[in-house]
Design a protein around this ligand. Structure first.
Ligand code: ADP
Length: 401
């Protein structure tokens, strides 16, 4: 069955989209609308081979999605003849809580369940919901599908997802680890199994998603059994501006000794920490690598802490899995930075991670095995493609519907 699938990722002030021709998996258009509700809103997109920029006031997501549809169907842009050519819409939804362990067709009950999880992801779920509501109004007779960042990690056992706090908080208040970036971990895990020539159900992996946000997942026989992000995307690895793991008593300590309030501490840990906070320079790994070559102390320190945290988690997940067939690096840093990959695997040969330095240097934004031929564990670079996985899931469910 031939179908055009629109993939929508609604953020708090942006909408990212891709239009796929399925099942060929051909990208016909993609774009990003930024600064919704702010001065200077702008839609940048590519339709076929044409690049275009539409600068227009976009007060809210409804106007934003309408602008995207109008741009896609404007005959001058050579995209769609009519909006009715779109056969299904796939939405990225950040938090599905424990309610969703897989991709689902959206109905009123699903919408209600996503809304109920908004307290767990106040910055993400409300704009995701808004995107779904607007798309349903614009395309009322088209299957709409929700793909959750948390769904892949629902297979974690309780000893991995539970915090050691009173159990009622887990059961009644749903305070536990959920994990994020599930679509990316699932995508690269499937690619890795193919590259290894193994069935996913017979493959153990550690997947490192290193972008602005960073997370690492232990996958046993194709299922997530542990991941570094928790109740929120703050836990785990050091990220661009997020601290990752800290002593939770830091919160009370900062409140007591510095007189900081909840909001200030939240901003400090989410927006002013990580690589940016440590270096005092930037959250961008490229900038920090360049500065550390020039001897910038903050950059040297930030990258050392960043890589050490990754290494520690790889060690922990190697222990969690026992047998690891491959370690995968993905996302902006993982796909592009030989230096960070090398530093994260420093002195890891005794654990089975033997990096081929020449191959590591060659692997930039392409699928490649960068382990030495004799390495007991393969080390793979695999560019992630969350939008493609959303399109595939959406196509599968829409075809059934
Ligand atoms: P997001 O989480 O926003 O999707 P990305 O996956 O695009 O982010 O990753 C962004 C990060 O990738 C930035 O920290 C950037 O520094 C890093 N990055 C991109 N290209 C390179 C490169 N060539 N070398 C090192 N880091 C890179």
């Amino acid at each position: 069955m031939s179908l055009k699938v629109l993939v929508v990722n609604s953020g708090s002030s942006s909408i990212k989209f891709e239009l796929y021709q399925m099942p060929e998996e051909k990208v016909e258009a993609r774009g990003l609308l930024q600064r919704i509700g702010e001065p200077g809103s702008e839609l940048k997109c590519r339709i076929g081979n044409e690049e275009l920029v539409v600068a227009r006031s976009v007060p809210d997501h409804a106007v934003g999605l309408k602008l995207i549809m109008d741009t896609l169907t404007d005959s001058a842009n050579g995209g769609l003849k009519d909006i009715s050519e779109i056969g299904a819409v796939g939405h990225r939804v950040v938090h599905g809580g424990s309610a969703f362990s897989e991709t689902v067709l959206i109905d009123d009950e699903v919408l209600k369940a996503i809304e109920e999880r908004s307290a767990l992801a106040p910055l993400h779920n409300p704009p995701n919901l808004l995107g779904i509501e607007v798309a349903r109004q614009l395309l009322p007779n088209v299957p709409q599908v929700a793909v959750f960042d948390t769904a892949f990690h629902q297979t974690m056992p309780d000893y991995a997802y539970a915090y050691a706090i009173p159990w009622e908080l887990n059961e009644q208040d749903h305070i536990r680890r959920y994990g994020f970036h599930g679509t990316s971990h699932r995508y690269v895990a499937a690619r890795a199994a193919r590259l290894l020539g193994r069935l996913p159900s017979e493959t153990n992996l550690i997947t490192c998603h290193l972008g602005n946000g960073c997370s690492i997942t232990a996958i046993r026989r194709g299922a997530s059994v542990d991941t570094s992000m928790g109740l929120t995307p703050l836990e785990g690895l050091v990220m661009g501006t997020r601290s990752g793991d800290i002593d939770p008593a830091l919160f009370t300590h900062l409140a007591r000794t510095k007189g900081l309030g909840v909001k200030e501490i939240d901003t400090l840990l989410n927006k002013k920490s990580g690589l940016l906070g440590l270096s005092g320079l930037s959250n961008d790994v490229r900038t920090l690598l360049a500065a550390s070559k020039e001897g910038h102390g903050g950059a040297v320190r930030a990258l050392a802490i960043y890589a050490y945290r990754i290494k520690k988690y790889i060690g922990a997940y190697t222990a969690a899995l026992g047998t690891v067939h491959a370690l995968v690096f993905t996302a902006g840093v993982g796909e592009n930075s030989p230096a960070i990959r090398e530093r994260s695997l420093d002195q890891m040969a005794p654990l089975g991670y033997r990096l081929d330095k020449a191959k590591n240097e060659q692997a930039v934004r392409r699928e490649m095995d960068i382990a030495e031929a004799s390495s007991p564990i393969r080390i793979l670079v695999i560019p992630t493609n969350e939008e493609l996985l959303i399109a595939q899931d959406t196509y599968r469910l829409a075809a059934k519907a």
